[in-house]
Design a protein around this ligand. Structure first.
Ligand code: CLF
Ligand code: SF4
Length: 522
């Protein structure tokens, strides 16, 4: 009898992952993933865990990196760019670039046919067992390209039945396709809703193309809004999980998004994702060219906080490309070009994929147990104080990244309720092949200057000094520990010092949100 035959199923699974060079932690670390962090249990659905949601909802979201903040530590999504056409014009979009509803402005490197897309999905699934979701999010609108979109879903469902199907749309054509969405088992749909008032809408949408006719101004916005809300109601009636994306455009729809939030909540939306406007002039969008600014970090957080009382908020969105591949904080799309796929051996192995999921479940339970222990401790404290900290991590929910290697920092709000993930800040890499880049350090400080401290696995003396001069404590004593556990432990100590009069908390300066999402990994 060979050794393989005497192995337990668990050992076999472990071997399968090892053959791919994978484990829950090593996979994420290897990829230098920007996807990490986690929040305490809260009413926030995106951060909610198994015990916070009804069983049938948890089953739908537990492996979806966008619908569960907790899942995005471990699971990846991929997009296939099969939908080039669009039926509306948004003032934050330039057709030459990705759909800003779901991606940073950046060209889609390759458009695909449904057959090419299905092959790409199998290639990615063969090499990245943590890829659990296929999303179609552009570069135009998936429902303005219904044949290509549904053909892709059909091919993938046949060949890789364990992959969840996900769709993101502007909603104009949605009511016509709800039945097809249901029939194709697409269980997650995102609608981008930026307004429910045509007076606001006409400032965002110059036109829509509906029933063979182009509409402009308020009339266009009214049609769009009615179709979006009707589509949302139809989807939720079919028990399809709906996420609403909204682009926050200061001075145009920022306050209005509170009304949008109420309207979508009352129609059964599961999650609301308010994203900052991306409007760099070089993208050539109307807003970019007219100098419309995006929100600051505090403006965005304040609006998300206001809406959180109403419904579950997503705060871990990376505004990813329409052809993104990988964990949310990374982009591995360049590894899966048509040319490279031709040389990848397709080996879609459901057992390896299940083995990865089993490992993730074990890892999740460990993290939850540690978090719960710390939460009990901090709950004894009595204080209204809230502070922000930035964390350098490359995955697994741990503080495991060097300061100089971080491409983004995770931001946590600490209070007596525990630690809560509130977003990420993209930064320029400080360490440039052995030396520190002063300009990059400036951008890091600007991105995290609303934080009291930055947690890192390691940091050199130069950046440490500059950060401390800027009022940001550098903390490396929790290197390689779980973020939540370390954060609560830090907050307890911080509170003790405040109570003893050793620290006098002051209002921190607002931070700047860096335009766009992550750049591809090197
Ligand atoms: Fe893609 Fe969108 Fe599905 Fe996710 S992305 S279609 S729901 S699988 Fe996710 Fe990317 Fe944010 Fe979108 S992080 S832009 S929310
Ligand atoms: Fe661009 Fe997407 Fe708006 Fe269409 S729906 S104009 S592709 S952002």
């Amino acid at each position: 009898m060979t050794a393989a035959l005497t192995q337990t199923p668990k050992a076999k699974n472990f071997q399968r992952l090892k053959a791919l060079g994978l484990s829950v932690t090593s996979t994420i670390q290897h990829q230098g993933c920007g996807s990490k962090g986690g929040s305490g249990k809260s009413s926030c659905g995106s951060g909610a865990g198994a015990g916070d949601l009804p069983e049938e909802i948890w089953e739908k979201v537990k492996n979806h990196p966008c619908y569960s903040e907790e899942a995005h530590h471990y699971y990846a999504r991929m997009h296939v760019a099969v939908a080039p056409a669009c039926n509306i014009q948004c003032n934050y979009c330039n057709r030459k670039y990705d759909c800003a509803n779901e991606s940073r402005p950046g060209v889609v490197s390759e458009k695909l046919t449904p057959e090419e897309a299905a092959k790409k999905v199998l290639a990615v699934a063969s090499l990245i067992p943590q890829m659990t979701v296929l999303g179609i999010a552009g570069p135009g609108d998936p429902l303005a390209n219904p044949d290509k979109t549904f053909k892709t879903f059909e091919l993938v469902a046949k060949k890789a039945p364990d992959i969840k199907l996900c769709l993101s749309t502007n909603g104009l054509a949605l009511p016509e396709y709800v039945k097809r969405i249901k029939d194709f088992n697409v269980d997650h749909v995102t609608i981008t809703i930026n307004m429910i008032d045509p007076k606001v809408g006409e400032k965002i949408y110059p036109w829509v193309f509906y029933k063979h006719k182009r509409y402009k101004g308020k009339e266009a916005a009214k049609i769009l809004s009615e179709r979006q809300l009707e589509g949302l109601e139809m989807l939720t009636a079919e028990k399809i999980l709906c996420k609403i994306n909204s682009v926050m455009i200061p001075g145009i729809n920022d306050e209005h998004l509170i009304e949008v939030n109420k309207a979508v909540k009352s129609r059964g939306a599961f999650l609301h994702n308010i994203m900052p406007l991306i409007s760099a002039p070089e993208h050539g969008t109307y807003f970019g060219l007219t100098g419309q600014r995006g929100p600051t970090a505090q403006e965005l957080k304040a609006l998300q906080d206001k809406c959180e009382g109403q419904m579950n908020m997503m705060r871990h969105c990376r505004q990813c490309r329409a052809d993104a591949v990988g964990l949310l904080g990374e982009d591995r799309s360049s590894e899966f070009t048509k040319e490279k796929i031709a040389s990848i051996e397709l080996n879609y192995d459901i057992e390896t994929r299940n083995a990865y999921k089993m490992q993730v479940e074990q890892e999740r339970q460990k993290r939850v147990a540690e978090r719960e222990k710390e939460l009990k401790e901090i709950a004894k404290e009595n204080s209204e104080l809230k502070i922000l900290v930035a964390v350098a991590t490359k995955g697994g929910g741990k503080i495991n990244e060097h300061f100089g290697h971080a491409k983004e920092f995770q931001i946590y709000e600490l209070s007596t309720k525990g630690s809560k993930f509130i977003g990420h800040r993209r930064v320029d890499l400080y360490c440039q092949g052995g030396y520190g880049e002063e300009e990059a350090l400036e951008t890091v400080i600007r991105a995290i200057r609303d934080c009291v401290a930055v947690f890192v696995a390691k940091i050199g003396s130069c950046p440490k000094e500059a950060l401390e001069k800027a009022g940001i404590e550098t903390v490396d004593r929790f290197a390689y520990e779980y973020i939540e556990k370390a954060a609560v432990s830090y907050f307890k100590e911080y509170l003790r010092k405040v109570n003893a009069g050793l620290i006098h908390p002051t209002k921190k300066e607002d931070a700047l949100i860096r335009q766009g999402a992550l750049v591809p990994l090197n």
